[in-house]
Design a protein around this ligand. Structure first.
Ligand code: NDP
Length: 243
């Protein structure tokens, strides 16, 4: 199946890695259903790509009904779903001693429950199709715990475990899984850091080190474009000079 025939759902498509992935896949003529909370950003992305097939839809990934509706839109419009990319995520930063329990819950809701909602919403369709590809944006922080990012790291370790377990359960149904683990990427992710000192530190790191979201988008496109018999299960993409 060529990429131009593929129906691809992307969450967290309103900025950063998700928006860059929309642009890269639109150039390859994929059929895209894109979700995030900021509908106006999704609409602007569609307007900036007038020749592309893009269906924007407001979605909060923590709300299962929203995610189900996103999958239903793809089915109503195109009759199937080939790829679901769980990309939405947030990264509040604080030392554990601060005890920011609300932030911890928010991280788990978006980064873990959000991914589970995506999987739950799309899996029955992919099993029925005996064909599909589920991706998730993890992080280098999902491989190595990072001080001040401990709960974020924990959420991304969980995503890695979930995606590997999903692979083991679903490969016989011809469902591929891909975990994308970026290092530092210059996006708007720092906006979810409420603590101003931590936020500035993150902005400084991204300015000094961060690679562009397009570099991650190209890795996503590579995994999606691999032949059906090839599952690119994991990719770690760091800036060359990141430790
Ligand atoms: P951005 O902040 O630019 O993008 C995050 C996206 O997630 C936005 O489109 C945002 O849209 C969406 N989002 C956040 N919360 C929700 C929600 N509840 N429901 C639906 N969408 C939501 O950052 P990135 O592009 O960097 O982040 C994308 C992914 O990459 C995340 O999973 C992040 O953890 C991961 N990552 C990023 C790294 C980096 O250095 N930038 C490094 C490693 C991993 P909206 O606000 O409109 O809902």
């Amino acid at each position: 199946m060529s990429i131009s025939e593929k129906v691809i759902i992307i969450t967290g498509a309103s900025s950063g890695i998700g928006a860059a992935t929309v642009k890269v896949l639109a150039q390859q003529h994929a059929k895209l259903v894109i979700g995030a909370r900021r509908l106006e950003r999704l609409e602007s992305l569609k307007q900036a790509l007038p020749n592309a097939t893009i269906v924007p839809q407001q979605v909060d990934v923590t709300n299962y009904e929203d995610v189900q509706a996103l999958v239903q839109t793809a089915l109503d419009r195109f009759g199937r779903v080939d790829v679901f990319y769980n990309n939405a995520g947030i990264m509040p930063v604080n030392a554990m001693s601060v005890g920011a329990r609300d932030e911890w819950q928010q991280i788990l809701d978006v980064n873990v429950t959000g991914v589970l909602n995506g999987i739950a919403a799309v899996l029955p369709t992919m099993i029925k199709q005996q064909h599909g590809h589920i991706l998730a944006t993890d992080s280098v922080a999902g491989h190595i715990a990072v001080p001040d990012h401990v709960v974020y790291s924990g959420s991304k370790f969980a995503v890695r475990a979930i995606m590997e377990g999903l692979r083991q359960e679903q490969y016989q149904n011809n469902i591929r899984t891909t975990l994308i683990s970026p290092g530092s990427v210059a996006t708007e992710l720092y906006q979810s850091i409420a603590d101003k000192t931590h936020q500035q530190a993150e902005i400084d790191i991204e300015k000094q080190l961060g690679i562009g979201p397009v570099n991650i988008a190209q890795a996503v496109a590579f995994a999606i474009n691999a032949p059906e018999s090839v599952a690119v299960n994991e990719m770690v993409i760091r800036p060359t000079k990141q430790a």
